[in-house]
Structures are given as C-alpha cells and as structure tokens.
Design a protein around this ligand. Structure first.
Ligand code: SF4
Ligand code: SF4
Length: 257
C-alpha cells in the first residue's frame, strides 16, 4: 500500500470521516502569507480531514445552546488529538508535519474560518484572544492558511452563500483539521457539483439573527461577531448550521449530485 493510502486508512481509523489531499501548487494564487509554502518552504501537500458533528446538539439550537457549545469544545479537543497522532504517523515515515488548529465550517464568531496555520514567529501573545477584534486583525495580518480554501482544494466540498464549507455528505455540520507536510502525496480531484442552491434556497439568510449574509454572497463578519459576543455573551450561535438546507435530507441531496 502506498503512503497516501496508508495515511488515509490511518486517518479513518482515528475517526476522521473524510480525508482529502491538495498539492501545494493549488495555492500558488493565494495571497502572500496564506500559502502552505509560507509555513514550510519545502511543503508538498496539504492534508485536510473532515469530521461530522453530532446532529442532535445542532437540532436543539437555540434552546440548548450550551449543549451545542460543549459539543463543539469536546469535538475540537478530540480532533486535535487525532491530528497529532496523524502528525506522528507522518514523522515516523520520515516527513515533516505541521498541524493546523481545529476549525469548523463555523468557527467561533464566524470570524476566522480561514485560520488554520498560525505563524508562531509573528503571532502575538494576545493573538488567541478571540474576543478582541484588534487582536484578530493582528492575527490575520500575521498570516495563515485558509481552512476552507484548503478543504475546497482537497476536493472536500464548496463554500456556500452562508460562508461555510458545505460537504456532500454532512453539509456544513463538520469540523476541519489539517496538516501541511513535505510528503508528496497523491492529490484528490477538486469537488465538481453544486451544493448550495444560491437562487432557490437562501434559508440561511432568513435564519441569521444578525443579518450577516447578503444575497450577493457578501458576509459581514463584524455583525456575526458582535451578535455572538454581545447578545450571546461569547457563545457560538450556530443557527446557520442548523438552517442550511443540507441538514434536511442528505440522502436525497447526494442522489441529486
Ligand atoms: S446565523 Fe448569523 S450570527 Fe449566527 S453564526 Fe451564522 S452568520 Fe453568525
Ligand atoms: S441554506 Fe441554502 S442558500 Fe444557505 S448555504 Fe445552505 S443551501 Fe446555500
């Protein structure tokens, strides 16, 4: 079995539901500071892992918002542990492995969907303070690789009008992990199809209490952030995850592809 197959099999054993590989060449047009080679000049591949979230805590939003937030935190820790196990697997095969932080298609404040690999040499001590928009801007300026972009380039889905990664099997109800490596792995094809019904659906726009999304695909992160910070006291909102039409019948949706 070649390294890519071994790698994917190990990832599945560790509980990841989907794994995709993107060669670094697919990031050549990304802004400076947002390419995998900015993290590691010798990088060859970005491996992206998708894990589905539990449906129940999402379905019980907004009444059981605490349950949803606890679920997300538990999920994040467990996925990070699994990602580090994958990183050990890569290193045991003689390659480098840079782990990204766990993201959902809807990270806290819906603010930093694009944060995955933070440059340690430029991130400031206050960078992880997700409550401080100023700090977030510094973190953004410090440079990261786009989580969603990596997932798209690895063939795992598309970004919907809700600004979330939508996957064919689990909709946006997922979290994403990633590793940048100098191992040359077999790339996956980009996803072909249309998951988000931009003309006929728009359920997410109606569901957003902050009015953060626009029909033209625009997304006002500050409205989302402000709602979660000021109205929800720092808890995650998650209503666009719940609302997305992809929750309704994945089986039918899959058949339509
Ligand atoms: S529904 Fe609106 S406020 Fe809530 S997380 Fe989604 S974009 Fe943010
Ligand atoms: S709710 Fe509808 S319009 Fe919004 S992201 Fe999901 S499929 Fe697209």
């Amino acid at each position: 079995m070649d390294l890519t197959c071994q790698f994917k099999e190990t990832a599945r054993r560790l509980g990841f539901d989907r794994v995709g590989v993107a060669p670094v060449s697919r990031f050549e047009l990304a802004p400076a500071g947002r390419r995998p080679t900015d993290v590691d000049p010798g990088a060859k591949s970005v491996v992206v892992f998708i894990t589905r979230m539990l449906n129940t805590p999402i379905e019980f939003l907004p009444e059981r918002r605490i349950t949803y937030n606890i679920h997300w935190e538990e999920h994040r820790h467990r996925r990070m542990t699994a990602t580090y196990e994958m990183a050990h697997f890569i290193e045991d095969h003689g390659f480098r492995a840079h782990c990204g932080v766990t993201a959902t298609s809807l990270p806290r404040f819906h603010h930093r969907a694009d944060f995955m690999h933070i440059f340690p040499e430029t991130a400031t001590p206050e960078s992880p303070n997700m409550d401080d928009p100023g700090s977030l801007r510094r973190l953004e300026a410090a440079g990261t690789l786009s989580t969603r972009r990596a997932a798209v380039e690895a063939g795992l889905g598309e970004v919907g009008i809700n600004n979330l990664l939508i996957t064919p099997d689990f909709g946006p109800r997922i979290c994403i992990n990633s590793i940048i490596t100098d191992a040359e792995l077999e790339p996956d094809a980009r996803f072909v199809g249309e998951l988000c019904d931009r003309e006929g659906c728009l359920v997410c726009l109606e569901a957003c209490p902050a009015g953060a999304m626009g029909e033209d695909g625009s997304f006002d992160r500050s409205k989302c952030a402000s709602y979660q910070e000021k109205t929800l006291g720092g808890l995650r909102c998650g209503l666009c995850l719940k609302a997305c039409a992809w929750r309704k019948d994945y089986t039918v949706k899959r058949r339509e592809l």
